[in-house]
Write a protein that binds this ligand. Structure first.
Ligand SMILES: [Fe+2]
Length: 177
């Protein structure tokens, strides 16, 4: 974790890694580890670039960091960039739509868990996630359109919610949920 120190960023990265692996089990069973890596690294540059002033640098900076570390993988770089359409890369592949959707869903499920008295993901039911999904003022920063883009992979929003609850639930202790 040379490039990422913030605990919230780290746990978010683990959550998205878990969801990506869960999606890969259904969509790309031979690439579960690879999809996990895309999830783990998608926000690598979060503390390394000034995305608050220019969202266009979030994504490309991660690719630059990885290049500097000797990694040359265009599929990985394109997937990382496509999770932030504001950097100018539009999702086109199944992997790219998966990361676009998994990223906000991880934060959204966490936000739903936090309204429960015990703040545990184990308390969260699928239908509660869906109910909150339709309340646009709840966790307004979690982009509904990006989450719904999971449908371009052939999976449904319901599937994505199931995967997120199951996979984040499996590492709830790591996530502090
Ligand atoms: Fe993210």
């Amino acid at each position: 974790m040379k490039y990422m120190k913030g605990e919230n960023y780290i746990t978010h990265s683990y959550a998205v890694e878990a969801i990506m692996k869960g999606l890969a089990k259904r969509l790309a069973p031979d690439d579960v580890e690879y999809w996990g890596i895309v999830g783990l690294l998608h926000d690598l540059d979060e503390e390394q670039c000034d995305w608050r002033n220019d969202m266009g640098v979030h994504g490309p900076t991660s690719a630059e960091i990885l290049k500097k570390e000797g990694i040359d993988d265009k599929v990985l770089f394109d997937a990382i960039c496509s999770h932030n359409p504001k950097c100018g890369v539009k999702a086109k592949t199944t992997l790219q739509y998966a990361i676009l959707a998994a990223d906000p869903m991880s934060g959204f499920v966490k936000a739903v868990a936090q309204i429960y008295p015990d703040k545990k993901i184990a308390s969260v039911k699928h239908k509660s996630v869906m109910k909150r999904f339709n309340e646009l003022r709840f966790a307004a920063g979690a982009n509904r359109d990006y989450m719904e883009a999971i449908e371009f992979t052939g999976l449904s929003l319901d599937d994505l919610i199931d995967v997120a609850l199951e996979e984040m639930g499996a590492i709830a202790d790591v996530l502090g949920l």
